[in-house]
Write a protein that binds this ligand. Structure first.
Ligand code: C2E
Ligand code: MG
Ligand code: MG
Ligand code: MG
Length: 292
């Protein structure tokens, strides 16, 4: 009977799921050599202070340029990298590249920004995480205060005690931590209170309809006041419209990130944005002539 079922299941499986399983296998195969082949690069998305309007940080976002399939979204390959364990090496590359880039901007005399790097569960749980982060800082000579790691609630909750221990070590090194996609996981308030973090990031699913969905408005306001009561800064991700931005500013959100200000862009674009910002602050146009 099990065999009959098995047969039926197999037919169902091949008919309905072949494409995605096949896709997974093809991507996984490609992923193995992608790092050595130099197929990854990072884009950077500005994080903006809602009061001053100034860029204070950037988030590093990985892109994979597949030789046959073109640019593959991290949504499609981070999970595979995670399952296969390749994420540890890929994550290491991201950390080193992002730290080196931030140091290069600093060395070029640009206004200092915080570099935020996403860390996935397997990478976070790996024994040598602390050593790996320390090595990236040492190798790049980037001050620890210029690095932030973004982790998710579900990652932390997998082993609360161990996660909090690691987070405390990272914090002691001078690195800041933020909770990404806040509101989509399920950490208890007592757990949240014990996280040594500095920022909550409101997930973009609550921002998308912020202009006209009163439930999302209530959630955003609740996260902002919760964060402030816990002495945390609150950033909203996925801000695409002026209305969303105005709502967030009116409700005392601290920071924002989204297409409204800038999409994720190559490093050279960030340098241009920071230069332009410095000129604006100094009251000059792009040719160095006074604006007023
Ligand atoms: P995330 O960390 O929550 O990053 C935010 C995602 O929202 C990014 O997608 C970003 O491009 C996108 N985004 C930014 N502004 C807007 C907006 O205004 N509207 C909309 N609709 N989307 C916006 P991306 O780059 O495709 O990355 C997806 C996810 O992949 C990230 O979500 C993160 O979880 C993961 N990821 C990306 N890079 C890395 C990495 O280097 N390491 C690890 N472990 N995960 C990464
Ligand atoms: Mg993130
Ligand atoms: Mg996020
Ligand atoms: Mg997200």
């Amino acid at each position: 009977r099990a065999k009959e079922m098995g047969n039926n299941n197999f037919q169902f499986y091949t008919r309905e799921m072949n494409a995605s399983v096949e896709e997974k296998l093809v991507l996984l195969e490609g992923l193995r050599g992608a790092l050595d082949d130099g197929q990854f690069h990072l884009l950077y998305q500005p994080k903006v202070d809602l009061r001053s309007g100034l860029i204070f940080g950037v988030e590093a976002l990985i892109r994979w340029e597949h030789p046959e399939h073109g640019v593959v979204s991290p949504m499609r390959f981070i999970g595979l990298a995670e399952e296969s364990g390749l994420i540890v090496a890929i994550g290491d590359w991201v950390l080193h590249t992002a730290c080196r880039q931030n140091k290069a901007w600093q060395d070029a005399g640009l206004a200092p920004v915080t570099m935020s790097v996403n860390v996935s569960p397997r990478q976070f749980e790996e024994k040598r995480l602390i050593d790996r982060v320390a090595a990236a800082l040492r190798e790049s000579a980037l001050p620890a205060a210029a690095l932030e790691l973004e982790v998710t609630e579900s990652l932390i909750m997998r082993d609360l005690a161990q996660s909090v221990g690691k987070m405390r070590e990272l914090k002691a090194m001078g690195i800041s931590l933020s909770i990404d996609d806040f509101g989509t996981g399920y950490s208890s308030l007592s757990a949240l209170k014990s996280f040594p973090i500095s920022t909550l990031k409101i997930d973009k699913s609550f921002v998308r309809e912020l202009a006209d969905n009163s439930d999302d408005q209530a959630i955003a306001m609740a996260v902002i006041s919760l964060g402030h009561m816990l002495n945390l800064r609150v950033i909203a991700e996925g801000v695409e419209t002026e209305q969303q931005c105005t709502f967030l500013r009116d409700n005392d959100c601290d920071e924002m990130q989204g297409y409204l200000f800038s999409r994720p862009v190559p490093a050279e674009q960030i340098a241009l944005l920071l230069e332009e910002q410095a000129r604006m602050q100094a009251g000059c146009d792009s040719a160095g002539r006074p604006l007023f």
